[in-house]
Design a protein around this ligand. Sequence first.
Ligand SMILES: Nc1ncnc2c1ncn2[C@@H]1O[C@H](COP(=O)(O)OP(=O)(O)OP(=O)(O)O)[C@@H](O)[C@H]1O
Length: 373
Amino acid sequence: MSDNPDQTAVVPEPGAGQTDTIVLEGVEKIYPGGTSPAVSQLDMTIKQGEIVMLIGPSGCGKTTTLKMINRLIEPTSGRILLDGKDVTHVNGDLLRRQIGYVIQQGGLFPHFTIADNIGVVPRMLGWDKQKTKERADELLHLVGLEPSTFRDRYPRQLSGGQQQRVGVARALAANPPVMLMDEPFGAIDPITRDRLQDEFLEIQRTVGKTIAFVTHDLQEAVKLGDKIAVFATGKLEQYADPETVLTRPANDFVSDFVGGGAAVRRLSLLELARLELHPIETDEKAVGNSNGTPVVEIDASGKPVSWRHLPGADASGVALVTVPISGTVYDAVDVMLDGAASLVAVVDDDGRAQGVLHWNDLVSGLRTRERDA
Ligand SMILES: Nc1ncnc2c1ncn2[C@@H]1O[C@H](COP(=O)(O)OP(=O)(O)OP(=O)(O)O)[C@@H](O)[C@H]1O
């Protein structure tokens, strides 16, 4: 390693016990020939382990902001600090090896195998072949792709969703503490996107990266973000947690941007595990004296299969739909609408019934455990 201070590691090794934080101080970008700044006097801090979603209308400077963090675009003025260290003038190539970067459609090299795509940064960092190969397998496994099936394939032999998973794996390869994601799920169909978002959150629970994530999709911002940064042209209009952005927009711009769907979007912030659910019975004997408690029929493994008794309704005519307790009220509404059902059985990780949520609860108000505790 050279003595040149530009060549030193700029992002700390994971586990070094330091706080990995992205700080933008008065950052501005005026493109050559531009009359007004694409990004203007931006101050923003991203705390360790946070996912911050950058959202706003087209051309408002989201991508420019993201690319200034890894210096694919040089700021015109201002400072960018990673974990307290000013990286505005360090060697850009070295900086980028230490920051994961995921773009739309994965941005994979078409002539590299999947394993070689994942190994790009480790190879640049001088890892030996065996360690690089093992890391690729480990990451394929993490993103839900069977290594023996996928490692030797080429990107064109994968679906869009699979390529996107590889893109995430590649960004994680050298275990960078910071990840930048530029509309990674933007080109994916809505159903696959929803699954990728769930998987992404699951992975983040394991890896705990500090993430800046550009999106066009407010629902995605609400679902994934610890914080949302709402941009107008070149300017940050509000920077707050999703609940605050949806319920207390900072100004008319944010209010218009969030639009009329705020109440529905908030449903994805309400975790079912936090709700006071109605009781449910699985014992057939309860049918006669269930006092208004729904009774479900269960299979040999204890999973509900159909309604056996529903107070005030013919149970045989009501579809049984279930939702995992790890989901949100949004998920519960989704399955109720999908199954044309006015109630849903909430089940635990083993598929066993935990309680019931009624459509009417949504209108009359959801009771959370915290509030009633
Ligand atoms: N290389 C460039 N040269 C000149 N102007 C640019 C360049 N890149 C971006 N811009 C301009 O800077 C502004 C911000 O662009 P940027 O790509 O950051 O916006 P964005 O919010 O990511 O947009 P989108 O949502 O459409 O991807 C736009 O007006 C754009 O035209």
